[in-house]
Design a protein around this ligand. Structure first.
Ligand code: NAP
Length: 309
């Protein structure tokens, strides 16, 4: 089978498509004939050896996938050959850019019938991340206010949809080209981050969700209410010693589970969530996909690899 691997860490050019034997699933795992694999910024962090999760080389990149179960390993009773599934490979976030991938059975779920395989592969990490930010970590309730930094991105778009449907008033930062899209997802106010300072446009909020990091996140501490919370998925926020009572800050790594995916599948099925695939590339163009992650212009929305061409 063909798989996109790295044998050393570095820029997109280190990715090579290798011919490998097809893997057999072990305890608690399934093998999946991959239809599509999602490409995300965390794949680039792994490629560059900048990720908080480490794996030995060589490794197959990729974590998000959709496809059809080929075989199940010992102890797997919830899936069988022929099931259409989506989800994540393993807690190391590797192994999905392959014609056949192994996935932990408790990190995948049945593919929502309303989604195509490419849409399904675009969703797992980013949609579950948005869900956990809002409901597991910020514990939002109806009537609260939230500022979403990076709302035009893939995690951000799900956070806007899920937050506004939960009755949270959403203030969002995005580039001008994404403003209308972010508003259509449910944000009441969208601030063009290249032209305006959100501090001048946003009242004190209960929650900040951070998909940007750096000085943007530091500035966002200023708009959190005294009892509010800032949840970041970029990195652990540094301490904020300038205050008598520091704002509560949280950083976490997403935990994709069958239960969380099933929850999201229900929302996709009801038309309450939309997936946005921007770029579909065959596996042989995997380097191009990573050049896009590194800033090469590409349409808005998720980058997805096709394994079936
Ligand atoms: N901890 C975890 O478990 C976890 C899980 C998933 C994702 N993540 C991380 O979360 C981050 C977002 O992921 P993603 O997949 O959503 O990435 P993405 O699709 O590239 O989205 C990032 C968005 O941020 C926008 N942006 C950049 N600078 C900004 C600024 N100063 N103010 C406001 N918006 C800004 C970008 O807009 P433009 O393109 O217009 O500049 C883009 O729309 C990444 O760092 C990723 O690694 C972490």
């Amino acid at each position: 089978m063909k798989a996109a691997r790295i044998h050393r860490f570095g820029p997109p050019e280190v990715i090579v498509v290798d011919d490998l034997p097809q893997p057999a699933p072990g305890e608690g795992c399934v093998s999946v004939r991959v239809a599509n694999a999602g490409v995300g910024p965390w794949d680039a962090l792994i490629r560059e050896n900048q990720s908080v999760v480490n794996s030995p080389l060589p490794l197959i990149l990729g974590s998000d996938l959709s496809g059809v179960v080929e075989a199940v390993g010992p102890g797997v009773t919830q899936f069988r050959a022929g099931d259409e599934v989506y989800g994540v490979t393993n807690p190391q976030f590797i192994g999905a850019y392959a014609e056949v991938a192994l996935a932990s059975a408790n990190m995948i779920a049945r593919k929502p019938p309303s989604l195509s395989f490419s849409e399904a592969a675009s969703a797992p990490v980013v949609a579950v991340t948005a869900w956990q930010m809002l409901f597991d970590y910020a514990k939002v309730t109806a009537g609260q206010t939230a500022l979403i930094l990076g709302a035009g991105g893939n995690v951000g778009a799900y956070a806007v949809q899920l937050g506004s449907q939960a009755g949270v008033q959403i203030f969002a930062t995005a580039s001008a080209q994404d403003a209308r899209y972010v508003q259509s997802l449910g944000a009441t106010t969208v601030i063009d981050y290249q032209r305006a300072r959100f501090e001048d446009a946003v009242p004190p909020v209960d929650v900040v969700l951070d998909m940007v990091g750096g000085e943007t996140r530091q500035r966002a501490l200023e708009v959190v209410k005294p009892d509010g919370v800032l949840v970041s998925v970029v990195s652990k926020p540094p301490p904020d010693p300038g205050r008598s009572k520091p704002v509560r800050t949280v950083f976490f790594l997403v935990e994709v589970t069958t239960e969380r995916l099933d929850n999201l599948s229900g929302l996709f099925g009801q038309g309450k969530l939309t997936a946005r695939v921007g770029t579909l590339l065959p596996l042989v163009q995997v380097r191009k996909a990573h050049e896009m992650l590194a800033g090469k212009p590409h349409p808005p929305g998720k980058i997805v690899l096709s394994l079936s061409e």
